[in-house]
Design a binder for this molecule. Structure first.
Ligand code: GLA
Length: 417
């Protein structure tokens, strides 16, 4: 047996605010104007569908990134994080270009840049200190937790008036996405930022990424009380290195775009809608796939279309308390990501296999893949034991020791102090 597996407990808002404020005061010798926080997420189902105008179903984690912030009167930005208090990064917003900031500081500074680009001229420089309990690089959206907490904080200190309504938050989400895409060079699709700023406690967020939808049309809050159904959601971070800017994610996106072109549609969602409206969806899917030029593209498209179809089925199964069906859909999603979309790695596959063998209703990787985390829907009270079994198998295979956390659907970004 390996070491007892570590469970990552979330900071309380008080603890998070304290850590960020202490770092702020020490670094900048001043008091912050306020503290904001925004969470990481896990996606229950609907993976690699956001950039195909599809459906996703995330919940917000209780694990958040905290930002203590104070505006400046010039255009200088200084940021620091508890990860390395000696490493204060600075940039000047005046004349800043895309990719003009390197490393982690690109994420928060890029948000201010994106808001200015979007016409929010009241956004000037600021000093900010970050503290976080969202595990980094774990496929749990630590990047979105940082960009979204920054967007909310900037909204607060510069009075943009966007943070208080779901509709207003769409503007902040756009700035967070633009920062990640264009300043940090990470090709993200919108799921993570939407989850971080739109989820509510006790609910999963059914997101529809079809272009042109209003705020109310694009998101529905679905009851998600694991305890009511006698289950819990185990999240296990494999700690295998994970990166969205190493090209593989981008490659998947490009294949999907080329496939849409080939099929004469704007996005693969249009294909999915046609397939599921057909009398015989199986045949309709086979017909669409037959129009594609190569096997790889057919596999990728098959994943996207079937995955979009699984999201409403999961919502319905969960709502009627049918955990066997919900778990089966998670398994199908996981297998599709493994064999058709090919975004898993041995650590993810091992964790999923062990969870299923230990009786999980369903288990799958979550997030972008190529590392990161798995989720498993398990009987309430068995999460820790199953996580330990996975850790034991990891030790046997000489993988890095994994970490775990227990996920309850939590609130989106908010002001803490
Ligand atoms: C990453 C991206 C998201 C989404 C997922 C896969 O988390 O940032 O936009 O594409 O991968 O579902």
């Amino acid at each position: 047996m390996s070491q007892p597996i570590e469970f990552i407990e979330p900071l309380t808002d008080e603890q998070g605010a304290q850590q960020a404020t202490d770092l702020f005061t020490k670094t900048f010798s001043a008091q912050p104007n306020g503290v904001w926080a925004s969470p990481g997420r896990v996606n229950l189902i609907g993976e690699h569908t956001d950039y195909n105008a599809g459906l996703c179903l995330p919940i917000a984690l209780p694990h958040r990134t905290y930002i203590a912030i104070r505006p400046r009167t010039d255009t200088t930005v200084r940021v620091v994080s508890t990860l390395d208090p000696s490493d204060v990064r600075t940039a000047d917003l005046a004349g800043l270009q895309a990719r003009g900031v390197k490393g982690w500081a690109a994420y928060p500074i890029g948000v201010a840049w994106a808001l200015r680009q979007a016409g929010f001229t009241s956004v000037t420089g600021f000093d900010a200190a970050f503290a976080s309990c969202v595990p980094l690089g774990s496929g749990l959206s630590s990047s979105a937790a940082m960009t979204c907490s920054t967007a909310l904080a900037l909204d607060g200190i510069f009075d943009l008036g966007k943070g208080d309504s779901d509709e207003g938050r769409l503007t902040l989400i756009d700035a967070a996405i633009k920062s990640e895409n264009e300043m940090a060079g990470a090709s993200t699709g919108g799921l993570d930022q939407s989850a971080s700023l739109r989820c509510t406690a006790g609910h999963a967020l059914l997101l529809d990424f079809r272009p042109g939808l209003s705020a109310t049309q694009s998101a529905t809050q679905e009851d998600c009380d694991f305890a009511r159904y006698g289950v819990e959601l185990l999240v296990l971070d494999t700690r295998a290195p994970h990166s969205l800017n190493d090209g593989q994610y981008e490659l998947r996106r490009q294949t999907c775009e080329r496939a849409a072109q080939q099929l004469g549609v704007k996005n693969l969602r249009e294909v999915a809608d046609k397939v599921f409206a057909a009398g015989n969806p199986k045949d309709a899917l086979a017909g669409a796939l037959a129009l594609l030029p190569d096997q790889i593209m057919r596999q990728r498209v098959r994943h996207v279309i079937t995955e979009i179809g699984r999201v409403p089925q999961f919502v319905q199964a969960f709502a009627r308390g049918d955990m066997n069906k919900a778990g089966e859909l998670m398994n199908q999603s996981g297998d599709s990501l493994r064999y058709d979309y090919e975004v898993t790695i041995p650590e993810l596959d091992t964790a999923v296999d062990v969870a299923r063998k230990c009786g999980a209703f369903g288990a799958r990787m979550t997030g972008g893949g190529f590392g990161g985390s798995i989720i498993a829907l398990v009987k309430a009270g068995t999460g820790r034991q199953i996580a330990q079994k996975i850790a034991d198998e990891f030790a046997r295979r000489e993988f890095r020791a994994p970490r775990a956390l227990s996920a309850v659907p939590s609130v989106s970004g908010h002001r803490v102090q």
